[in-house]
Design a protein around this ligand. Structure first.
Ligand SMILES: [Zn+2]
Ligand SMILES: [Zn+2]
Length: 338
């Protein structure tokens, strides 16, 4: 067996490219880390050098503090060791990237997290041809199929309008980074004022600085007349659910926006009035479409529904395998609360 054949291998610190001398989204401190995106399970503190896509720079810095960060435009190539590396849009959140590695043994692409559906808050997913594709599989089961995002935003608008007509504030829980900004961009800002939890403030700023259109958002401190809350949309991280921060909104209605809302019972477990199925991950058909579009003969699965995906790939006659990683999903991401 040629030990140089594999451009990426699993090591205790994370996924490692031996020919390039770097890790991809490592979970333990390393010398050189290529970061696919700024969600906490992929972007960690403690690495000596970071490489990431330029649109995510501000968010990475705001989440990780002082880091030695080199950025690349999408498609720009650098040489690391014996390989050439470039970053390509993953369509997941602002600045998210797939890592393309070209070496003697061919081309490998590590996807990080990705989605194919429309999202005006980040650059769309770009299919990249490769020999080996490393994929996530967060929603890698046939039950996961998303409705068109425009339809979901219309549902959110209708819920908000209905609550406002009855004098109830609408509290919508969504992950602070990515999902919240996608919702802000997608809803109809003419229905009423939009209030954001403090945990969203720096992230919203980073999106605006990157040129993403977000409507005017208020902090609770900006509202002196509490009656204004009665027709407001309040966007907050899931960690705010059940917290005293919500008391000021009076007799509010609440909802949660997540891909997990596709699962029966999740809404009830969360204890919210409504669930909106909106995910920043590929659903089952999109995972299969993305994998096919790479033309890869070998596919390695990192996280989520690993076993069903590996089985499906094998059934397609593809060489398939898995890397053990510590990546989770945003639902379990610790949220910064301020
Ligand atoms: Zn992510
Ligand atoms: Zn992830």
């Amino acid at each position: 067996m040629n030990r140089h054949a594999d451009l990426v291998i699993a090591r205790p610190e994370g996924l490692y490219c031996p020919a390039g001398g770097f890790y991809i989204d490592p979970w333990q401190p390393v010398e050189r880390a290529v970061i696919t995106h700024a969600h906490a399970d992929h972007a960690r503190t403690g690495h000596a050098h970071y490489l990431a896509a330029r649109p995510g720079e501000r968010i990475l810095r705001s989440r990780l503090g002082e880091i030695d960060l080199q950025t690349l435009d999408y498609g720009e190539q650098v040489t690391l060791g014996d390989v050439r590396v470039s970053l390509h849009p993953a369509g997941h959140v602002l600045g998210s990237a797939q890592v393309r590695i070209e070496g003697q043994a061919g081309v490998w692409v590590a996807s990080g997290d990705y989605k194919l559906e429309a999202d005006a808050t980040c650059t769309p997913f770009e299919p990249v041809r490769c020999d080996t594709f490393i994929t996530e599989s967060t929603f890698g089961l046939p039950i996961y199929r998303w409705d068109p995002p425009g339809q979901v935003f219309a549902e959110i608008d209708a819920w908000w309008r209905e609550n406002a007509a009855h004098g109830h504030a609408s509290v919508l829980f969504a992950y602070a980074f990515g999902k919240a900004q996608r919702i802000l961009n997608g809803v109809d800002g003419s229905i009423g004022p939009i209030v954001c939890h403090g945990a969203l403030a720096a992230l919203n700023e980073a999106y605006r600085a990157a040129g993403v259109a977000l409507p005017t958002t208020l902090a609770v401190a900006d509202i002196s007349d509490k009656k204004a809350f009665s027709h407001a949309l309040i966007v907050a991280p899931p960690s705010a659910a059940g917290s005293p921060w919500l008391r000021r909104f009076g007799d509010y209605r609440d909802a949660f926006a997540s891909g997990w809302m596709r699962l029966r019972g999740t809404r009830r477990r969360r204890g919210v009035d409504r669930g909106f199925v909106l995910s920043d991950h590929a659903d089952w058909p999109a995972l299969l479409a993305a994998i096919r579009a790479t033309g890869a003969g070998r596919v390695i699965v990192t996280h989520g529904q690993v076993a069903p995906m590996v089985r499906w790939l094998a059934d397609q006659g593809l060489e398939s395998g898995a890397f053990e990683t510590t990546y989770g999903d945003e639902e379990h991401e610790p949220e910064a609360v301020s």
